[in-house]
Design a protein around this ligand. Structure first.
Ligand SMILES: Cc1cc2nc3c(=O)[nH]c(=O)nc-3n(C[C@H](O)[C@H](O)[C@H](O)COP(=O)(O)OP(=O)(O)OC[C@H]3O[C@@H](n4cnc5c(N)ncnc54)[C@H](O)[C@@H]3O)c2cc1C
Length: 394
């Protein structure tokens, strides 16, 4: 029996991509239905309070950053910000190192004070003369040489991706900065901040400002497409899912998160035990994120997001993150950027480009390792194109 439910736009996925598109189309007066198979909005950026009262990013830490004033201005309608200098360390050979590699890391390596020029000369002597690096191994070797590559990149990448860095696109390791000054911020973008009350609250506010949008959770795309008559579909799920994997499955990596909470009393005990190496009051570790590149430790990183959220609370929660092969029961967290996967993706992309009434946006639908600001930009552009094509309903 044909459905009697009507909408202008059916939008699959209530993450950044789907909600930004819905908000824009709603501002133009269009009716939108957004569905998500999870039981919450926000996609992978979803955050909320755990049993210890700590504000956690449930699908791994999400460090918002951007160089785009347009994106900051757009999102600022729904949130205030807390500026953060995201700092991380790397645990190698039984001790903590400054990371990303910077002058402090070099001093730790040689065991004495040094100047930038000396480190630059060291890098010149050690880096490999690779003119146009083709993969993640070459991109790091061409900047720092074997010793630092092996300490910080090779093991970490193998653990995280279950592939050697030379099999992975240069963008995987190439996104991590290498500096000869003392700037030890993890990221390079001009604007680095978290939404003050969290991502979920920010996206809920965006939804509140979208009067002609209805959200349905715990609902799959197939069910929604059978349920509603719609003029146009916006899809932010996995593109190989959309085409029933007709060219074969695209590879993904997944993750397992293991949270552990600590009371103020437990943290004080730990401080006593660790003495001068202890974290400040109310914290379990000395940095927001500590990487574990070595193979004898099963997790890749431990994140204590309270360092970044600035939440004033005595308890804390750390999250150990374990790499995981993707199975159909897991969330597909990372597209795997290899030559073979790109070749499969291109076949799906050809079909997607030929669609007249479907737009594919976001990380999974375009099979690219995009950040939140980038998918926001993509959804803004896609919805503006649709408004140009269909006009407004105001
Ligand atoms: C571990 C991890 C850490 C990250 N860290 C950062 C970071 O520090 N900074 C940063 O900027 N970005 C980070 N990202 C990337 C960020 O999560 C994405 O850029 C952003 O969430 C993409 O939004 P999206 O809406 O495109 O996709 P998603 O957030 O994946 O949302 C897509 C939604 O669609 C739903 N869906 C999929 N298929 C279907 C279907 N068939 N039917 C119904 N619903 C469906 C899913 O349930 C999901 O909720 C990280 C990602 C991961 C996995």
């Amino acid at each position: 029996m044909p459905s009697e439910l009507n909408t202008d736009f059916l939008i699959i996925g209530a993450g950044f991509s789907g909600l930004v598109a819905a908000h824009q189309l709603s501002q133009a007066g269009w009716k939108c239905v957004v569905v998500d198979r999870r039981n919450h909005l926000g996609g992978n950026a979803y955050d909320g309070y755990d049993a210890a009262g700590v504000l956690l990013h449930h699908y791994g830490p999400h460090y918002f950053r951007t160089n785009s004033p347009r994106i900051v201005e757009y999102l600022s309608a729904f949130t205030e910000w807390r500026e953060v200098a995201y700092t991380i360390k790397s645990h190698v050979q039984g001790r903590l190192w400054s990371f990303p590699i910077n002058l402090n890391t070099y001093e730790e390596l040689i065991g004495r004070a040094a100047e930038s020029e000396e480190f630059q000369e060291w890098l010149e002597r050690n880096r490999l003369p690779i003119e146009s690096p083709q993969n993640s191994e070459e991109v790091i070797l061409s900047q720092v040489g074997h010793q630092l590559y092996e300490m910080f990149f090779e093991g970490y990448t193998m653990k995280q991706w279950q592939r050697h860095p030379r099999e992975l696109d240069r963008s995987v390791c190439g996104r991590i900065p290498i500096r000869t000054n003392r700037d030890d911020r993890y990221l390079t973008e001009n604007f680095q901040a978290l939404p003050k009350a969290g991502y979920t609250k920010m996206l809920e506010k965006m939804l509140d400002a979208s009067p002609s949008v209805q959200l349905f959770l715990n609902m799959d795309a197939a069910e929604a497409r059978a349920k509603w008559n719609y003029k146009y579909l916006i899809f932010s799920g996995a593109i190989d899912d959309f085409y029933q994997k007709k060219f074969g499955p695209l590879p993904y990596r997944s993750l397992r998160f293991e949270p552990e909470s600590f009371t103020a009393g437990q943290l004080a005990e730990r401080q006593k035990l660790l003495g001068e190496n202890a974290a400040p009051d109310g914290f379990w570790q000395t940095a927001m994120q500590i990487n574990y590149p070595e193979q004898n430790v099963p997790w890749t990183r431990i994140v204590e997001i309270k360092h970044a959220t600035g939440q004033q609370i005595d308890a804390t929660t750390i999250v150990r993150e374990y790499p995981k092969d993707w199975t159909p029961d897991d969330e597909p967290f990372y597209p795997v950027p290899t030559l073979e996967s790109q070749a499969i993706y291109r076949r799906y992309q050809e079909l997607a480009t030929a669609e007249q009434n479907v737009t594919f946006i976001g990380r999974l639908a375009t099979y690219r390792y995009y950040n939140m600001d980038q998918v926001t930009g993509m959804a803004l552009t896609a919805s503006q194109n649709l408004i140009q094509r269909f006009g407004t309903q105001l």
